[in-house]
Design a protein around this ligand. Sequence first.
Ligand code: HEC
Ligand code: HEC
Ligand code: HEC
Ligand code: HEC
Length: 187
Amino acid sequence: MKKIIGFVSVLFVMALFLVTNAVAADYISAKKCKACHMKQYKSWSQTNMANSFENLKAGVKVEEKKKAGLEDKDYTTDPKCLKCHTTGYGKGGFVSMEKTPDLAGVQCESCHGPGSDFSAIMKKNKEFALADVKAAGLIIPSEDEKGCMACHGGESPFVEKVDPKYKFDFKERLKNTHEHFPLKNKH
Ligand code: HEC
Ligand code: HEC
Ligand code: HEC
Ligand code: HEC
């Protein structure tokens, strides 16, 4: 009996491994999305999300850091900060500026999910079904307030308590992510 249970649990672990691997898409970076979504890319580039990595450097936003209880030093390799100021850190995305420079900052995939699988579907068929890209990991941000709060919530040093300007009003913020353009096709 013990042997059977042992065997079954090995199978179970293997199945779990296969399933989790099949689900996890890769981060491909904003440069790849840009090829097909130039307008959104341009608009996003002008937000401070695009340059968010800069804020981790010494000598940048010294006053804001002080107010949030942070000293002025180099944070560009601090895992605590990288989690929110890069794309996909600790989830197969950003690793370091040397290895993954294209994933610095808060990019498309921070809000829309890792794109390797869903962008392959978008590439194949412009009239893809929304359900298919969602099943491949596409996040529609207005349906995912929790996803925003992973970075804008209590773990961030820059919250409403520190300065009211950091208040996260979901509906208002959705409007300032990037300019929105009507889609051409039905999905
Ligand atoms: C991976 C972490 C992360 C996630 C997830 C995230 N944000 Fe942010 N967001 C940031 C950081 C960091 C900044 C500040 C950039 C800076 O100044 O360094 C920011 C800034 C912003 C800004 C200000 C842009 C500007 O230029 O004024 C808006 C709007 C915003 N986020 C909306 C959202 C919304 C809506 C969601 C969820 C759909 C979201 N964010 C999810 C990390 C994140
Ligand atoms: C849990 C996510 C999170 C962590 C961890 C985090 N940040 Fe941020 N950071 C944010 C968000 C979100 C904003 C934007 C807040 C807003 O504009 O509402 C931000 C904004 C900033 C700003 C700009 C503030 C301003 O007023 O322009 C600086 C500088 C900054 N972070 C540095 C750091 C440093 C350094 C660390 C590590 C010690 C760090 N952050 C850790 C989420 C995070
Ligand atoms: C801070 C979160 C956030 C980031 C970062 C972000 N988006 Fe979006 N995106 C949204 C929201 C919000 C919508 C509106 C759809 C909804 O949530 O209902 C949207 C919609 C879209 C749409 C549909 C058409 C449109 O214009 O509304 C496309 C295409 C898109 N995003 C591409 C991108 C690309 C490409 C990037 C990176 C260059 C990007 N997004 C970065 C939040 C974000
Ligand atoms: C090879 C081209 C291509 C690439 C690369 C690509 N997309 Fe798309 N995407 C499309 C097309 C085509 C549509 C449908 C456009 C339309 O109907 O007007 C679309 C639609 C979308 C939508 C709207 C989905 C809906 O139905 O509401 C979002 C969001 C989006 N893409 C995000 C991204 C993000 C983020 C990336 C990068 C990770 C990306 N796309 C990469 C071609 C692409």
